[in-house]
Design a protein around this ligand. Structure first.
Ligand code: COA
Ligand code: AMP
Length: 635
């Protein structure tokens, strides 16, 4: 007899239309779709094309109508400000409806873009849901990104309005946002009509301070006071809910487009199947609303499922100590905790024996989920042993919006294999191919792909760049989505994701592009050429390391070029790049045709066994790099 998982997996694979029609019944539609799956004019699979719904309605109003009005929808816990606030479903609905009214008063309508550049405060969640309520498309930009990153997104998304706050708070450091917003708007060819600024008492901002700007900036609270509640606007299932930019292989990030219908269905399905969450549970994704985990599992999925979600403005350590996670779990009766392995490594570093965990029994906590980077077995073991809770590794990407593989606790709990994110989620037909597109035998490493169609919720295209969607994901192996990750499947069907096969790196759970970093370094006047690799790091998983060759006749006096390059990266990407290591070298290892051997440099840096490529121009160049790296790894 087939197991519950096997049965569901096979159904989704063999008859995806029927399977996803059934799952669609779990949410309320204004118009239930007649067409479940069809190809669009570009040959892309689209879900629920003729359905109509509203994601904000599903996340809020639906629950108010159906008996959860008084249940807490959102808990805001902010050790950096000392604030804790609870919002019931009724209260959150009212606030979001007014925020939607505020946007509507500024002329925001269905299809308009709104950039949200905010710290982890309730208004960020309200802003996202308010956009969804109007059918406007939000694009959240992570608060750790600098003005240049914001400008790139402004130009691409062309928003009517930016919603921001006067500052973010990083442990004890105040990060004023308005200087970055002002600079981004000045540098961008696209100018938003309005900037709505939530003034925080820690650092109120001067509004309309850009030269030539008189009435662009508006005070959030004053605007809100004048606004009336706005109702949910029905949208088509294939209308975009949001565009979330993510790092690719080039300097320009990709705008992942997520559509209302498939997203809502996948969020609902994932809550029960993957997380085994029940409506009413307290769900805490310790991430940031600027990342996909924050979109899916701080905001949309827990609310659509009728859970209580926790919004935490703090760090796993230093706010104030490594007990922060356990304190929050205990105090708010968290049932399901989700974060990145790097967060637990930070806790482990400061409390290696887990002494602080013992002070918090956390009776409600059932399971700890991890994603964002590979869960290394020592971290897995430590968290399991110290918390005495099951730890589930699950693998996903901004592009998919939900887990491609995991341990589907709502169906069946599989025995754990350290290093594996267990089995493909029903709906994701994961296969491993070689460079020629042939399936590899079990236990053989290759390129991880997903056979089309992708299930509901995955990206429909890249914002205003459909060619990039096709060429980046679908062209290499026709009929498959290429994930960008490499790995293998073992004889029990367990998936092992071993790391990216492209220029994307993962620094403390933050997805960044070494290609973009190289473009920034290369733009420096003294730089002839460069290579940036993601070197292994005990805490952050990976850390960028730059090798730079200067132009003939250019010198670094007392390390001035290195300092300028480090500052340039901070100014252009942001502190979050954690770019602290750059060294000047005489040459880079290359093939005879002039291609920089980045993969081999990375192997050298990670102390891995490497085979000197037969095409290398001069094998001694690798030894040179190895020596330079070893001398500089501790800068
Ligand atoms: N706004 C402004 N600056 C930010 C920021 C934000 N939202 N997030 C990070 N930064 C800054 C930090 O202040 C730091 O600046 P500094 O160089 O001036 O000190 C820099 O970016 C690097 O930050 P980070 O990589 O986060 O390092 P950290 O030492 O502050 O914290 C961890 C390390 C592991 C505790 C932290 O990265 C973490 O909690 N990671 C989990 C990430 C996560 O949840 N990812 C989502 C996937 S589930
Ligand atoms: P992001 O788009 O920021 O979610 O980053 C996606 C990338 O993070 C993936 O392509 C993987 O390289 C990596 N990743 C996420 N989760 C896991 C996991 N559980 N195991 C291994 N790698 C992961």
């Amino acid at each position: 007899m087939m197991s519950a998982y096997q049965k569901e997996f096979e159904q989704a694979k063999n008859n995806p239309e029927k399977f996803w029609e059934e799952q669609a019944k779990a949410i309320e539609w204004y118009k239930f779709p007649k067409t479940i799956l069809q190809k669009d004019e570009n040959g892309i699979d689209r879900w629920y094309a003729d359905g109509q719904l509203n994601t904000c309605f599903l996340a809020l109003d639906y629950h108010v109508i159906n008996g959860r009005a008084e249940q807490t929808a959102l808990i805001y816990d902010s050790p950096v400000t000392g604030k804790k606030q609870h919002y019931s479903y009724q209260q959150l609905t009212d606030q979001v409806a007014r925020t939607a009214g505020m946007l509507a008063d500024l002329g925001v309508v269905k299809g308009d873009r709104v950039i949200i550049y905010m710290p982890m405060i309730p208004e960020a969640v309200m802003a996202m849901l308010a956009c969804a309520r109007l059918g406007a498309i939000h694009s959240v930009v992570f608060g750790g990104f600098a003005a240049n990153e914001l400008a790139i997104r402004l130009e691409d998304a062309e928003p009517k309005v930016i919603m921001t706050a006067s500052c973010g708070i990083e442990v004890q450091k105040i990060i004023p946002y308005m200087p970055m917003v002002n600079k981004a708007i000045m540098d961008s060819r696209w100018k938003p009509e309005k900037v709505i600024v939530l003034q925080r008492e820690q650092c109120p901002a001067e509004l309309n301070s850009n030269p030539g700007v008189e009435d662009r900036d508006l005070d959030w609270s004053l605007q809100l006071e004048k606004s009336m509640a706005h109702d949910c606007v029905p949208v088509n299932a294939n209308d975009p809910l949001y565009v979330l930019y993510t790092s690719g292989t080039t300097g320009k990030p990709k705008g992942v487009v997520r559509e209302h219908g498939g997203h809502a269905v996948s969020m609902k399905y994932s809550m029960s199947t993957i997380y085994n969450a029940k409506p009413g549970d307290v769900f805490w994704a310790a991430s940031d609303v600027g990342w996909v985990v924050g979109h899916s599992y701080i905001v949309y999925a827990p609310l659509i499922h009728g859970c209580t979600t926790v919004l935490y403005e703090g760090k796993p350590v230093r706010t104030p100590d490594p007990a922060a996670f356990w304190r929050v779990c205990e105090e708010h009766h968290v049932n399901i905790l989700f974060s990145a392995p790097t967060a637990f490594r930070a806790i482990k570093k400061e409390d290696p024996e887990g002494e602080l965990i013992k002070q918090y029994p956390m009776p409600a906590l059932r399971t700890i989920f991890m994603a964002g980077e590979r869960l290394d077995p020592p971290t897995l073991k430590w968290v399991e042993q110290k918390t005495q809770r099951p730890v589930v590794d699950h693998w996903w990407q901004t592009e998919t919006g939900w887990a491609i593989s995991g341990n589907p606790l709502g169906l069946e709990k599989f025995p754990l294999k350290p290093g594996s994110s267990t089995k493909p989620t029903p709906g994701f037909d994961v296969q491993i191919l070689d460079e020629l597109g042939d399936q590899v035998p079990v236990n053989t490493q290759g390129i991880i792909v997903i056979k089309l169609p992708l299930p509901p919720g995955c990206l429909a295209t890249v914002w205003r760049n459909h060619d990039r969607f096709q060429s980046g994901y679908l062209t290499q192996f026709p009929g498959y989505y290429v994930s960008g990750d490499g790995g293998y499947i073992d004889s029990d069907g367990y998936l092992f994701v071993m790391g990216r096969t492209d220029d994307v790196i993962n620094v403390a759970g933050h997805r960044l592009s070494t290609g973009e970093m190289e473009e920034i370094l290369s733009a420096h006047d003294d730089v002839a050429e460069c290579a940036v690799i993601g070197a292994h790091d005990e805490l952050k998983g990976q850390i960028p390391f730059g090798f730079v060759v200067l132009k003939d006749g250019h010198y670094s006096v007392d390390g001035n070029v290195e300092k300028e390059l480090l500052q340039k990266m901070r100014d252009e990407i942001g502190a979050v790049a954690s770019f602290r290591k750059v060294v000047i070298v005489n040459r880079l290892p290359k093939t005879r045709s002039g291609k920089v051997l980045r993969r081999t440099i990375k192997q050298v840096a990670d102390g891995e066994q490497y085979v000197t490529p037969s095409t290398i121009d001069d094998p001694t160049s690798l030894t040179e790099i190895e020596n330079v790296f070893n001398q500089n790894r501790q800068i």
